[in-house]
Design a protein around this ligand. Sequence first.
Ligand SMILES: Nc1nc2c(ncn2[C@@H]2O[C@H](COP(=O)(O)OP(=O)(O)O)[C@@H](O)[C@H]2O)c(=O)[nH]1
Ligand SMILES: [Mg+2]
Length: 797
Amino acid sequence: MALLSCPPSARAGSFPKAVLPGHASTGPHLAASSAESKSLPPFALAVGAVAAAAVSATTRRRGTKNTSNNNNSRQRATPVVQLGASTSEGSRVVAVVGRDGVGKSKVCAGLLDLAADTAKRAADGSFAQKSRLLEAEPGEATRNFSCFSHVYSQRDGRGPTPRLHLIDTPGHVDRLPLVEDALHIAQGAVVVCSINGGVDAACGRAFAAVERSRKPSVIFLNGVDRADGAPGFLAALDALERRLGVRPVVLFAPAHVVGAESGSLLLNVVSGTLCSTQGCDLEPVTEIADSKSRGKKPTVIAKTPEITKFATQLREQLVEALANVDDELMEAYLETDGKVARPLLEAALHRAAAAGLISPLVAGSAKTGLGLDALQEVIGTFIPGGSGDLGAQLGLQPATPGAVAFRQLLSGQEHLVEARVVQGPLRPGEPCQLAGVVAESVFKGLSSRVVTVTPKRLLVHSARGEVQQVQEVHEGDMVLLPVDVPIALASHSAAEPGSGVRRGRCTFALQLGGLKPEQREALLRALDVLLQAGDGLRLETNEETGDKLLSFMGTLHLELVRERLVREFKIKTLPLGQPHVAYHATVKSPVVGKSAPAPKKGVAWALLELLPGKRDSGLEIQDELAKLDPTRGGKVTAEVETALDRVLRSALGKAGPGNIPVVDVIVKVLDLAAASEQQALEAVTAAARLAMSSAAGNLVLLEPVVELEADVPSKFVGRLQMDLKDRRGEVLGTRHSEGENQVVAAEVPLREILNFDQDLNKLTEGEGFFTFRLQGYQEVTPVLQKRILAELTDPAS
Ligand SMILES: Nc1nc2c(ncn2[C@@H]2O[C@H](COP(=O)(O)OP(=O)(O)O)[C@@H](O)[C@H]2O)c(=O)[nH]1
Ligand SMILES: [Mg+2]
């Protein structure tokens, strides 16, 4: 059998360079406002001698006097954003999501640097300035993009104070289940999008995952240092609106200043002030330190009609967006004719944030650090700390400490379960309830969704990813718990096993036949460890075909698993083949089968008749024995009947050509003589097989049909529909999906989609994904039946 090979995975894009052209906005109300904003000139501010005269000493603020370009020396004692006090305290776990190369890792690094001790930072160099940051795994270093989630904990060295825990998630579409797992345990998300053409399908997909998780989120529009002014920002906003279906509420916008470094200033929409990397309360008439102008005269900016108009326009949009979701603000809006006072605006912002009613947006640059202060405070405002009643929901007992498992890591020989504490505090040597584990693993049967572990040590990730030991962790913290035996973790990905829905996967049949027993054992053990790691790998046995089906989230995932097998387990072969399709057989008209030409004394004998049943009716068994021959011993006992049922089902389960099951028939047992259940089984099996083979012209093969839903950008819909028709599929319809994507639903024979993962990848240039669900069985055409019968009876297949 030919070995399936997935094509090399699409390489992740680097930081996008293309500038998205402006697009008309979709919503009528918003279309008007964005069209208006597009007609504005770039947010040019008057710079130079004339403006310098306008600078007043009183408008110089904290930070503006610091002309050093080293933003590491910033000290942050007070909030810089001034959105009002944060609504909730406690540690937070935030998933940072977005497409590859958009700057997620850089954003994480920047946020971690904010809290790092200044002296330590000076000694180590700025984390954010390291090249290839945060990508430590060998698979990532070679590919130059993230393949796994990385956890970083912001710590200020003062013990159990609230912390920010960041899960830097991978952006590749194959790794979406890891993103979903991260979102499951996080309190909220930062969706990173790029201002320069980066608001694409992958960005939309990340946002859709956040929406499905129902967690609050903040959008960070990254890369303003590279942006080309107003058109870039407005085009990005339009693209976000098209993709996400909502207009983000802009809290910080890039303010481009002629003469100043491009993308070095942000406009704080609520307060109307400007932010640089030095501080965030600059009045629009001020003097700022340009990081490139060290030693030169500082740049001076002045209030111009353009910036005033821009600020007014964004503020109006903010007020309108809030008034739409907040009655109190609407009242104030109507009373004041739109001129709402700042405290009212802040209060409404907090209410809307708490209710998750708006998607706040902060623009900035992870590279220069611009906007990261703001992002940190917006996270504090919009993503609540605390765990609510999550512990109870997950079945944890109230009084004892508890945590929700996120993933499992293998560190040397030690298994570490990484978890978010939902009931604290946790201390070493004390029992801890662990939720988020599943029932089975290949070898051990764990049957509870909550287990109790007693970790001897507690470990936490530091800001730089390394692990350190601590004596106590609290609610909202991420912790690593060493466990003696590996624990199988649940996947929180949308397509759970058991839900009937499967995400399109690269599925292969594990071909263990060619391996020596010890190789086989080693491979299964290694796979068991990988399966328990909750990395989206799945192994299941198809009872009908006997295939051990190993499925991957896609080609990248397959490559990573192969690499891990070599690196960690020294296993070089992972023999994979195409899975068998579970065909069924049935009959068109009645057929009779005898286990032998005639009954003989002392030899088991069976006489059956198979009649066509309804489609999907399975087996209907009619025991005619007692009716036919009342002299044979009178009543058939209940035990005999149960045994007969069992024997018939088991015999017909492999009575078709190539041992496939016979279904949708009414089975009449016309005669049966056997001394034991085993004998009966043999006789009935022989009779059923003979009936099926004598059925030749009557035999019908049934093939499984799936209901498939492919989510693709609109421009690929036509091609996809053609492709599905070529696969003997029937397109049921299309519907709108996220942004510009459409979902195409179709019924397709399973036989035709065995390589669909790879084909869809090619067809949609890596932008599509699909799910499918077994829908039922259908008759195959005579030509196809001939081909399938040949395949089924060919021992080589
Ligand atoms: N100019 C510029 N480059 C950035 C910015 N953010 C990230 N990058 C660069 O884009 C590349 C990808 O960033 P990274 O954080 O690894 O992206 P990730 O794949 O989303 O984690 C790196 O070379 C970064 O230095 C930014 O705001 N401006
Ligand atoms: Mg990264």
